[in-house]
Design a protein around this ligand. Structure first.
Ligand SMILES: O=P(O)(O)OC[C@H]1O[C@H](OP(=O)(O)OP(=O)(O)O)[C@H](O)[C@@H]1O
Ligand SMILES: Nc1nc2[nH]cnc2c(=O)[nH]1
Ligand SMILES: [Mg+2]
Length: 161
């Protein structure tokens, strides 16, 4: 299914860092966590920031593919699982965003006792997250800093001739 997004939201590295730190702050005290499970790829950068803020050294990853660019696959595919078969108790599962919730629905079956957190949340997936930092409408497509580069834009008034 191709998602029809009318709006676009461009996230800078600074904004992603700030938003993820706020999310990390709410996961204190850090001692309650045994580790972090990053949902690769999008959850890798937020997981790195959270692991730094909470001094959590045990960071594993589960690699899931739900989209081919903006086209959603019928089913999310687990490309690589975590090394342990635990139920997720004491772990933070970190992703960059929840959209339809397909990815987290799959992961909640895999880790029923984990805490699920994302930086951004769209309404259809919010019931699946235990915490998230910022709301976006369902018809907004988020562009993350690792998918962009800076480029020149013309002045609003155009160029002097
Ligand atoms: O709630 P959903 O509708 O499942 O969408 C959210 C998922 O989609 C994106 O991952 P994607 O599958 O595009 O892979 P990536 O993380 O490697 O970019 C994003 O990083 C989330 O993991
Ligand atoms: N980059 C990006 N990936 C997504 N996967 C599902 N929704 C989105 C989105 O809004 N942006
Ligand atoms: Mg992802």
């Amino acid at each position: 299914m191709t998602l029809h997004s009318n709006k676009e939201f461009f996230v800078s590295w600074e904004e992603l860092h700030r938003a993820t730190r706020e999310l990390a702050r709410r996961q204190l005290p850090a001692e309650q966590w045994r580790g972090i499970i990053a949902v690769s790829r999008g959850g890798l950068v937020p997981a790195a920031i959270i692991s730094r803020e909470l001094n959590i050294r045990l960071v594993d990853s589960i690699c899931v593919s739900s989209y081919d660019h903006t086209s959603q696959r019928e089913e999310a595919i687990v490309v690589k699982d975590v090394s342990s078969t635990e139920d997720g108790e004491g772990f933070l599962v970190v992703d960059d965003l929840v959209d339809t919730g397909n990815t987290l629905r799959l992961l909640k079956k895999r880790f029923p006792k984990a805490r699920f957190i994302t930086v951004y949340g769209k309404p259809a997936g919010l019931e699946l997250v235990d915490d998230y930092e910022a709301d976006l409408s369902q018809d907004t497509w988020i562009h993350f800093p690792w998918d962009m580069h800076l480029h020149y834009v013309d002045p609003l008034a155009g160029h002097e001739s």
